[in-house]
Design a protein around this ligand. Structure first.
Ligand SMILES: [Zn+2]
Length: 361
């Protein structure tokens, strides 16, 4: 009898949202969710001025019957907002956080929860990207540059379609575009695996692809002012966030198209939403990959997300600047842009041939 001696050393850990509740009127289940998670008595609500009116006050009323909750109004997602929220959580000896708002309130809550070692519940009032359920948080650094940090995913997600349908439709369209843009991120990841032998997760790849392809297929039924549309978009958006938790990196959802968006944020900030920029980046990067970029463009059009620079309020110089700078934004991330990136002429051609820029000035 032979004995095989293995030298197996691999190990991995995953953090997923434990409790996901979605649908019409599920905000009413907030206390049940908190109870099922065995939260301690004291909690902190992190919300914003307008999102407090949309959902924060209601949650505050609901949970106050069972828990001691304080409400902290936070501003934009920057490091100062994180330290203020952390201070508020410490002062009320919070054992859990309820993050109620758009992306920024959820982004602020992620590092606060991680640093204090307490769980948080993600309660989005709008969905403009796939971060509602992921372990990544995006911020402005002290220098004003965009940065992403790895924290923990929410312990629970409460996504109430009745609340979400009231948010401006532009946000949901941008959230869908962010997820559709997985299609080029995945091509970049596959390329990095083949050329750089980069670590790869087939399950994360498949989940992120499923999320994006589902939205492409359903793009003609995602329309404004329809709660059913929010419902259709929610599962893929959640799945996209979970794919990052499986991969342990943002690789399945962030490639060259995100680098284009990050370059825009650095060079020409405040023009458009993250997901809108990534959607347009995806059209162009899919063309570079030799893939079906028209399918991406048509899906974005169906949903009502922008497909041209003009719709984002961007001119020729701005788009070309961002395309040329994109490969330098995140040098360690290998993508179709390679190490040298695009020349200005190649960038201009790419934007024009994909209809992002018009041929004539
Ligand atoms: Zn994104």
């Amino acid at each position: 009898m032979s004995v095989t001696v293995e030298n197996f050393t691999k190990s991995k850990s995953f953090n997923f949202p434990q409790n996901v509740v979605m649908g019409h009127g599920v905000l009413d289940q907030t206390v049940d969710v908190c109870r099922s998670m065995l939260f301690g008595k004291n909690g902190l609500i992190i919300t914003g001025g307008s999102t407090y009116k949309v959902a924060g006050r209601k949650v505050e009323d609901l949970v106050s019957e069972r828990y001691n909750v304080q409400t902290h109004l936070a501003g934009a997602a920057d490091l100062e907002a994180v330290s203020e929220a952390k201070k508020a959580a410490k002062e009320c000896k919070a054992k859990f956080i309820l993050a109620i708002g758009g992306g920024s309130k959820i982004d602020i809550s992620k590092p606060v929860a991680k640093d204090l070692g307490i769980p948080f519940v993600s309660i989005p009032t709008s969905i403009s990207h796939d971060g509602i359920c992921s372990d990544r948080a995006s911020f402005k650094s002290n220098e004003g540059t965009p940065m992403t940090i790895r924290a923990l995913p929410p312990a629970a997600l409460i996504a109430d379609t009745k609340v979400l349908v009231k948010a401006p439709y532009r946000y949901l369209a941008a959230g869908c575009a962010d997820v559709i843009s997985n299609l080029t991120a995945l091509k970049d990841w596959d390329l990095a695996r083949k050329i750089r032998d980069e670590e790869f997760s087939t399950s994360a790849y498949m989940l992120a692809r499923f999320a994006a392809e589902t939205l492409v297929q359903d793009s003609d039924v995602i329309k404004p002012k329809l709660e059913d549309s929010v419902w259709t978009a929610l599962k893929p958006i959640i799945a996209s966030g979970v794919s990052m938790c499986i991969a342990g990196t943002s690789r399945p959802t962030s490639g060259s198209e995100h680098m284009f968006s990050h370059a825009l944020d650095l060079l020409h900030p405040g023009k458009a939403l993250h997901g809108e920029q990534c959607g347009i980046g995806c059209i162009m990067m899919m063309s570079l990959h030799g893939g079906n970029w028209k399918q991406i463009r048509d899906a974005l059009k169906n949903i009502g997300a922008p497909t041209t620079a003009a719709e984002l309020g961007l001119g020729e110089e701005e788009v070309v600047d961002a395309l040329v700078a994109a490969n330098k934004v995140r040098k360690e991330r290998f993508t179709i842009l390679g190490e040298n990136g695009l020349t200005r002429n190649a960038a201009l051609n790419l934007a024009r041939t994909t209809g992002v820029l018009r041929w004539s000035r």
